[in-house]
Ligand binder design. Structure first.
Ligand SMILES: C[S@@+](CC[C@H](N)C(=O)[O-])C[C@H]1O[C@@H](n2cnc3c(N)ncnc32)[C@H](O)[C@@H]1O
Length: 229
């Protein structure tokens, strides 16, 4: 399923339908500019983005979201396993001297991320659910442990298992596949279980619940993790 969603589905919509390509949609329609604004504000404020930052974006997709952060930071490196989405990123959201993109399956070889020691902030938005717990732990271990440079990591748009019942009932769907990273939504998480992984790696976590006017409310949550001194 994920193979199709990330590699093939984006080709079925327009090359400039950036939010549709990564399924940031409600009933097939792209989410509102207000929704995007909420995401940008939460990530920018949470990560306290500044001109000295080197941001590593795990699962950057077409980098449409990332492009809103470029002016706030010094360097940006986006990693994704979708060749097509990276092609869009390079065509529309590449800035020479600021951005670099890398094609990589993070579940297979997170250690292959270029210049891992260079980044001080990490973003993983709308991606965490597409990994099993074991894979996610491996990614965090690779990026966070023995890498004191990473001060903050923001994990966004994670499906909240506490609201899964309601989500499936409202859509008349059978509740299943809650722990399947290959399903269309991916793995649903208990917020404290996810934050516990980061706490065990030396980070303090804040769980961010989305406001009622956000398209993903109440089904999605974010986690901001800060490295302990
Ligand atoms: C919903 S999109 C989010 C894109 C971007 N972060 C954003 O928020 O706009 C999920 C992204 O995760 C990427 N992805 C999923 N599994 C991946 C993996 N194993 N390795 C690298 N990227 C992956 C997909 O290709 C897709 O671009």
């Amino acid at each position: 399923m994920t193979g199709y969603i990330h590699h093939e589905y984006p080709k079925t919509v327009g090359r400039k339908d950036f939010w549709k390509q990564i399924k940031r949609t409600v009933n097939g329609q792209e989410v509102s500019p207000d929704d995007i604004e909420i995401i940008i504000k939460n990530v920018s404020n949470g990560l306290m983005l500044s001109k000295s930052d080197a941001l590593l974006d795990l699962g950057c997709g077409n980098a449409a979201l990332a492009s809103y952060f470029y002016k706030k930071i010094n360097r940006y490196h986006g990693v994704d396993f979708s060749k097509y989405l990276l092609e869009i990123a390079n065509d529309f959201f590449f800035i020479s001297g600021v951005t670099t993109f890398q094609e990589l399956d993070l579940s297979a070889s997170p250690k292959s991320i270029h210049n891992l020691q260079n980044y001080n902030k990490v973003l993983m938005y709308g991606v965490a659910s597409y990994f099993s717990k074991k894979q996610l732990c491996e990614i965090f271990e690779t990026i966070l442990i023995n890498n004191e440079n990473v001060q903050q990591i923001y994990i966004g748009n994670v499906p909240n298992i506490n609201f899964s019942e309601n989500f499936f009932a409202r859509r008349n769907l059978v509740k299943n596949d809650l722990k399947n990273p290959n399903s269309s939504i991916g793995v649903w998480w208990e917020p404290s279980e996810l934050s516990q992984i980061l706490i065990s790696m030396g980070y303090s976590c804040k769980i961010v619940l989305m406001p009622t006017n956000f398209y993903g409310h109440p089904y999605r949550f974010d986690i901001l993790a800060l490295r302990n001194e």
